[in-house]
Structures are given as structure tokens and as C-alpha cells.
Design a protein around this ligand. Sequence first.
Ligand SMILES: [Mg+2]
Length: 231
Amino acid sequence: MKEVKHVFFDLDRTLWDFESNSEATLKELFSDFKLSEKLGISDTEFIYEYKRINEIFWEDYRNGTIEKQHLRYGRFETALKYFGRDDKQMASEIGELYISQSPRKTGLIDGSLDVLEYLNPNYKLHIITNGFEEVQHIKMQSSGLSPFFQHIITSESAGAKKPSGVIFDFAERLTGATAQNSVMIGDHFEADIIGAMESRWKAVFFEPEKPKMKNEPFIHIHHLKELMDIL
Ligand SMILES: [Mg+2]
């Protein structure tokens, strides 16, 4: 990828370890709200169903069928309801605490800092994320990612979410990058990979747990450190 000058990373599940950070926060909230007694279930059961429900809410949010505020408490309201508790008030309290506590967790995907240190001298590094503006900045500061990045582009600042071409155009204008000298690295096939390729960017699909794909119009990696062989 000789012509690449700008490397754009997705944040959640690509650099910031969303799964472990989210799970740690959910366990704390589960215990603080005494959900074991109130719902008669274990934190593992709650987290399993919450994650399934959260995916559906995120899909709806990406598609624009629900608003941010509804995503924030609706996923907890639905999860509580699933276990037999209809409690809007509690759902909204848990939702607010989740949003304030989880971004302060500092778990990163294995190899993140090594790769960023390797890339930093030779490339301009940026983030493109569909996550919320105020939340993503806290995550980056808490986990020590901020100093590596020139621009943090959120869907809220761009006015469109990945995979829309609008956010990739916005990123080019903001950073002075072009499609030719840009690569997008992310874990979400539609948002990151299809999105980037439709804007004629290069794309690296980070998918730790799947068999290696070959002969695709994008590069498939299992570990972030593979980027050191590509860039
Ligand atoms: Mg992601």
C-alpha cells in the first residue's frame, strides 16, 4: 500500500476493546442495581441477552429508524422486560450510568499501541466512528489513544453514519486526504469495509475470529500487528 498516507481506524472493537470494557461496566451495574435479586438471574445471563438486544438497537440506529436517546435506554428497557421487569425509570438510570461509566474503561484490542507507535512516524492517523461524539472522546483520552490521532471524525460531526459516502467525503475534506491515499481499518463489514470501498478507499477488514479470506477486494487480518506487514 505504497500510496497510502492517511490511515483511518474505526474505534469500537478495532482499537478500543468494546466487549471487555462493556462487559466490565455491565457487571458493575448489574451488581449496583441488585439485578441478581430483582430478576433472579446471573450477570452472565443478563449480559448475554443485553448484547443480543443491543445489536438490534444499534442496527436500527445505523439505519436511522431510532434516535440516540431511544438507543441509550431502550436497550436496557427491553432487556429488563425480557426478564419480566417493566421499569422505564430503572432502564433510564442504568442507561445513563452505562454511558458515563463504560467510556472510562481502558481496555484496548491486543497490539493497538504497538501498531499505532509503528505507524505514527510515517502516516497521518485518524478515527472514523459511528459512536457518540462525547463518549468517543472520553474513551480515547482514558485509554491513551488520543495522542496518536490528528482527527476524530464521528458520525455526529459528519452528519452521516458509516457506510454512507457522506462521512468518507467529510473525512477527506477535513484531513486533506484523497480516496487514493486513504485506507480504512475496521471490524464491521458493512459500515467500515463496504463503506470505504464504495468511496473508492482501500480497506482492511479486522476480524479476529474468522477463517482467512483471500481474493477479496480488501485485505483481511486477524491481528492488528499484521498491519505492520501491510503498511
Ligand atoms: Mg467497530
